[in-house]
Design a binder for this molecule. Structure first.
Ligand SMILES: [Zn+2]
Length: 154
């Protein structure tokens, strides 16, 4: 699954020496022998650019072909659907919308109400959303059928 990085943990990843819990994410995105991909777009694109080092990091990933931007309009219309369900407990419907629009199913975040929404099968399914919080979760750094980047399958 492509990864979505919430603005609340971006500063742990977007630096020369990432936090040890986010080093696996950093390596998955940087290592040329691996196939990590960061997904962003809509309100999250703005939020990530405001994080120190965010603008440069996104640019670098983009140049390396390791970032995928979902058009704001797509995220926005999905966000209206998400809000329409009335199921969102967090104040981050734009992140749920990004997962639905992109097919990404791994989220890096420390926001517990967002974790609940991200794992809610009525909001995100096929497959279920997973939350990465520490280096013990490095097994979550893979692609899924939903994101279209699964190796050897389209
Ligand atoms: Zn993927």
């Amino acid at each position: 699954m492509c990864v979505i990085v919430d603005a609340n943990v971006a500063s742990l990843l977007f630096r020369r020496e990432p936090d040890c819990d986010f080093l696996p994410v950093f390596q998955w995105l940087q290592d040329p022998r691996r196939d990590g991909c960061l997904v962003f777009g809509g309100q999250l694109a703005e939020e990530l650019r405001r994080v120190r080092g965010g603008r440069g990091y996104l640019l670098q990933l983009n140049r390396a072909g390791r970032a995928r931007r979902i058009p704001d309009a797509e995220v926005g219309s999905e966000e209206r659907c998400v809000l329409g369900t009335g199921l969102c407990r967090s104040d981050d419907p734009h992140i749920i919308a990004l997962a639905r629009a992109s097919g990404a199913r791994t989220l890096c975040s420390h926001d517990h109400s967002l974790h609940v929404d991200f794992k809610n099968l009525r909001l995100i399914s096929k497959p279920k959303g997973k939350v990465y919080q520490s280096r013990t979760h490095s097994g979550l750094l893979t692609h899924t059928t939903s994101c279209g980047l699964l190796r050897g399958r389209r």
